[in-house]
Design a protein. Structure first.
Length: 345
């Protein structure tokens, strides 16, 4: 399945049915009277987050979503049927924007969460609605109200606990394939990862999801490379795992490049917890590891993990640190979400 994290769609709610002008005419009944029914209400347009989707590829082929119109009223005071609503099913973590692609309408970030995008038009009143002592034979009925229509942008931000970032060919996909059952493309040339890959990691502490993002390069926040398009997926992560290639000549410059891109992108990425890992320890000598480790820890101000995605060296310790941070983030979210009990006598 091709990954698609942005789509443009057109939605329209249903029109209300027209009211009916009708009079009761039956044999042997002396007095008739108005009996025109009301029109049915048009269908609404909803958006709903479902768990079995992880891409917006469906909207590449279905860009128009419309609810049904309400049925017209009929004689014998029969109201028209309500139009069937339209439900747009999207992956968890999808944001809905106005046509300008800037104004946020809603964010369906939980399974089963729904939001009303457009209300259907109300049905018109039939002439039975207007009868009175002074108007015993009304010959008027209201037309149904028109439904609404909008052009919307859907933008998917993956729900992951850990975001893998780094320069191209840093070994992110190799690490993902080792710690999870994911099978990302792995090759010895840059930009082998063209779209985010998700993997489930199981540890004794907790299970969490890792998102492997395409490699970032200098100028990613301005649109260079693939990074600017996928940096948004890191916004929902609890922790950032920054992978550095130990075989590079200048790991310090590589670290500063990625950090500057996160700061330039904004949206709180620079403030997220970060774990720095020096990868490919199996391909460099011990003296180089010690030297690079000291420089990286002085630059980043945090403890740097020494790992190898190929041999598995240091991977378990890294997963243990990640799991601890994920658990702390989940506990803090639950604490904020719990309502405070109000005092009552």
């Amino acid at each position: 399945m091709k990954f698609l994290d942005q789509a443009k769609i057109y939605v329209r709610s249903g029109n209300g049915g027209n009211g009916c002008i009708s009079f009761r005419r039956e044999k042997f009944i002396e007095f008739g009277g108005p009996n025109g029914g009301d029109g049915g209400r048009g269908g609404d347009v909803w958006v709903e987050a479902v768990e079995n989707l992880n891409t917006l590829i469906d909207f590449r082929f279905q860009q128009h979503v419309a609810a049904q119109n309400g049925c017209h009223g009929m004689g014998k005071e029969m109201s028209g049927a309500k139009g069937e609503g339209a439900v747009i099913k999207v992956p968890v973590g999808t944001q809905i924007f106005e046509e300008d692609n800037k104004t946020l309408i809603c964010d369906v970030d939980a399974p089963g969460k729904r939001f009303l995008l457009l209300k259907g038009g109300n049905g018109g009143f039939g002439n039975a609605h207007f009868k009175s002592a002074t108007n015993q034979a009304p010959r008027q009925a209201n037309p149904g109200l028109s439904g609404g229509e909008k052009t919307l942008w859907l933008r998917l931000k993956l729900i992951a606990d850990v975001g893998l970032i780094g320069l191209p060919n840093a070994g992110k996909s190799t690490l993902l394939s080792r710690v999870s059952a994911a099978h990302p493309k792995i090759a010895d040339y840059p930009f082998t990862t063209l779209h985010p890959q998700l993997g489930m990691v199981r540890t004794p502490i907790t299970d969490f999801v890792i998102a492997d993002l395409p490699g970032l390069i200098e100028g990613a926040h301005e649109g260079t490379g693939l990074g600017t398009r996928f940096l948004g997926h890191v916004e929902r992560c609890a922790v950032i795992l920054h992978i550095l290639d130990g075989t590079e000549c200048d790991c310090i410059n590589a670290y500063r490049t990625i950090r500057s891109e996160l700061i330039a992108y904004g949206h709180g990425l620079e403030d997220k917890p970060e774990i720095v890992a020096l990868n490919k320890s199996d391909a460099i000598d011990e003296g180089t590891i010690i030297r690079e480790l000291k420089l990286l820890e002085d630059t980043s101000g945090t403890k740097v993990q020494i790992i190898s995605g190929v041999s598995g060296e240091g991977v378990q310790d890294l997963l243990y640190r990640l799991a601890q941070i994920v658990v702390e983030a989940r506990n803090s979210e639950q604490t904020v979400a719990e309502p405070t009990e109000s005092w009552s006598p």
